[in-house]
Design a protein around this ligand. Structure first.
Ligand code: GLP
Length: 243
């Protein structure tokens, strides 16, 4: 595992954006796994700027997002489809038909999960999976539990996650969905490389558990210790408790 510690959120974003840009330049038809949350917003802004400056093209890139809330339409400003359009897809030269966000809109989440896995397989798998980190160690919406879920599946969100994400909903916690569809831990581990971005002192304790604690499904991201190609980009605040 490679750990890069940067002085600030802005430099964390730039370093992570450069990793993605390098891959896209080397392999313009690559497949990216993308993440939402506040942490990647800065790196998406950097990628948009690179594209606007003519340094980068997403014309042949395919993307698969980690997760999506149940019960929010794609037009809802807190849906992850809306987030991706707003922060990246609407501002770069990507073909939207090649962008995928899980679609938990029908009655059958298991079926939606299978369809998503099939689409990833058909695209030849994910070259680089971008991840943020939940306060309880979740990646995607894989919450702490007794096992590592393999494939894209429906989940019930923990009170901690709903509370953390409620800051983004105008109507507060009552508006935060209770369920989501997320790539599984196995889906994430199948990516050929992983880029984890972590920012702020509020994530310092969980980042230490993830990188230096035991590998356990109670801290889902700890499984990344077993992935052969992981880069962690953390700002100094997030890295402040690492040994
Ligand atoms: C959400 C997303 C995760 C994300 C996490 C952390 O729950 N499902 O993919 O990593 O939030 O978000 P933030 O970066 O805002 O702390």
């Amino acid at each position: 595992m490679e750990l890069i510690v940067t002085p600030t959120y802005e430099s964390m974003s730039r370093v992570a954006a450069d990793r993605i840009a390098e891959l896209v330049r080397a392999n313009p038809a690559c497949t990216l796994g993308l993440a939402t949350g506040s942490t990647p917003e800065g790196l998406y802004a950097d990628l948009v700027a690179d594209c606007a400056a003519g340094k980068l093209s997403f014309a042949e890139v395919t993307t698969f997002n980690l997760d999506e809330y149940c019960g929010l339409s794609p037009e809802h400003d807190q849906s992850y489809r809306y987030f991706m359009n707003h922060h990246l897809f609407d501002h770069v030269d990507i073909d939207k038909a090649r962008t995928h966000v899980p679609e938990p809109f029908g009655a059958d989440l298991a079926e939606a999960g299978e369809a998503y896995e099939a689409a990833i397989d058909q695209a030849g798998g994910v070259d680089l999976q971008l991840l943020g980190l939940g306060h309880n160690g979740h990646i995607g919406f894989n919450e702490p539990c007794d096992f590592f879920p393999a494939k894209t599946h429906g989940v019930v969100l923990t009170p901690m996650t709903r509370e953390a994400n409620s800051r983004l909903f105008a109507g507060g916690i009552d508006e935060v969905p209770t369920e989501a569809l997320t790539m599984g831990i196995g889906t994430i581990m199948a990516a050929r490389s992983v880029l984890l971005v972590v920012s702020g002192e509020g994530k310092a304790a969980i980042l230490r558990e993830v990188l230096q604690g035991p590998v356990t499904p109670q801290v889902p991201a700890s499984i990344l210790q077993f992935h052969p190609s992981v880069t962690v980009v953390a700002d100094e605040a997030a890295a402040s408790l690492l040994a």
